[in-house]
Each structure stands twice: as C-alpha cells, then as structure tokens.
Write a protein that binds this ligand. Structure first.
Ligand code: SF4
Length: 229
C-alpha cells in the first residue's frame, strides 16, 4: 500500500511537520542554548496568507506556539475583524527560538533561521505574506521603512523568498499594545489586508474565502519586550 500523501495539501502538511522536527533539533545559532523549546509556527498548510512575526516570547517559549500571549489575543481579534481565524492562516516568526530576556533577534540569528522560513513559505505557497513589525519586514525588504510602507501591498520587486507572493507590511500587535495610538492604524491596516485578500480571485484565494465578520472584544496585557514597532 502506498504511503505517499494523497494531495498537495497533505504533502505540504507532512513537509511542515518534518521541518518542525528539524527545527526542534537545530543548533545553528546561539538561541538554541537558551530556549525551552522551539516555536516553528502553526496554521493551515494551504493558507493564502502567512503572518510573519518577530520572535517567540516567554509564553511562546513555554508553549511552543506562536503568538500565545497578549499580542496573540490582539492578533486573533484583528483576524476576526476581517472574518478570519488562526486556522485559516499560517503564523510564524523570523526566528524559531526565544531571544533571552526578550531582546531583539540579532541579524545573524535572523539570517541563520531564514532558510527555515523560506522552506515554510515554499511549502505553503501563500498569495500574501503579511509581516508584523520591522524585523519581519527586514527579512524581505531590508531597505524599507515600516512607517512608510505599512498597510498596503509592497510594490517593489523582491527576492525569491517570496515565491510570487505579495508582501503586505503591518505593525506588530505588540507595538499597538505598547503604544495605544498605533492601534487604530493597525486596525485600519488589517482592514486593508482583508480588502486586498477579498479581491484575490476565488480559485487563488482558496482557504482565504471570507466568512461573515464576527468582531470580538480586544485583549490586553503584558507583551514581549523590545518590540518597538
Ligand atoms: Fe536554529 Fe532558528 Fe533556533 Fe537559531 S533561532 S537555533 S537558527 S531554529
């Protein structure tokens, strides 16, 4: 009896599980020596949009899940505002291990981990990559200033890591929790992302098919340190 995955979705799911196991034993950078566990990412293996955050925080380090704290609750609310759920999207970080004391990930650590991100994107093949914050944006567009490019598709031609996806920069939810004045901006930008996703052809948008909006209440509380935007 064949053990080959039945569909491309099954194949992507299997490859992502294999990749997560590889990440779990990775020692390519110093973050491996201080992590509790890796946080490879989670979501739909056929998601039309992948959200790329910065780095795991303390709660993520404990649970192994991305955006497990207050930032995650805000992200959930933002997703609900465009009629999406975590299970519709894929959520990853630029580095899969927590930087000690919630410091910012260093360029060398982001570079060491970038091949994992690239391989995840190659499996998922999203139509849109929504970066959350300046560190994630720097992976795809090192010269771009988040304050100038957020909330709309990034027009410049970018490198092969995008695999044909459109880059859509957003502020990090933690930034909106640290600085309340950014929250309306993030909400507007997420609405713009929802509108952009809704304009994608149905056969391309796939699992991004929008349901009726179900706006929820917004969470609050402690966030990762060192997330300026
Ligand atoms: Fe490996 Fe990435 Fe963790 Fe560094 S952050 S040890 S490259 S998985």
């Amino acid at each position: 009896m064949s053990t080959e995955p039945a569909t491309s979705s099954d194949r992507a799911a299997l490859e992502l599980v294999t990749l997560a196991k590889e990440i779990a034993s990775c020692t390519l950078c110093d973050l491996s020596s201080t992590r509790t566990q890796t946080v490879p990412g989670e979501g739909s293996p056929t998601a039309s949009v992948v959200f790329v955050g910065e780095a795991p925080g303390a709660r993520e380090d404990r649970t192994g899940r991305p955006f497990a704290g207050a930032s995650g609750r805000l992200l959930d609310d933002l997703l609900a505002s465009i009629a999406m759920r975590r299970t519709d999207v894929y959520i990853v970080n630029t580095v899969k291990c927590r930087p000690p004391d919630n410091r910012n990930p260093r360029p060398a650590e982001i570079a060491a981990c970038a091949p994992f991100l690239e391989r995840q994107l190659r499996q998922i093949q999203p139509r849109v990559i929504a970066t959350l914050g300046r560190f994630a944006l720097s992976v795809f567009a090192p010269e771009a200033q988040l304050g100038e490019v957020h909330g709309r598709p990034f027009a410049q031609t970018l490198g092969p890591i995008l695999h044909g996806a459109t880059l859509f920069p957003l502020y990090h939810p933690a930034a909106a929790l640290h600085n309340g004045s950014l929250r309306p901006t993030l909400e507007r930008d997420m609405a713009a992302l929802g509108a952009f996703m809704a304009m994608l052809p149905r056969d391309v948008a796939g699992e991004a098919t929008l349901r009726q909006a179900d706006s929820g209440s917004h969470g609050s509380g402690a966030t990762r340190g060192g997330e300026a935007e």
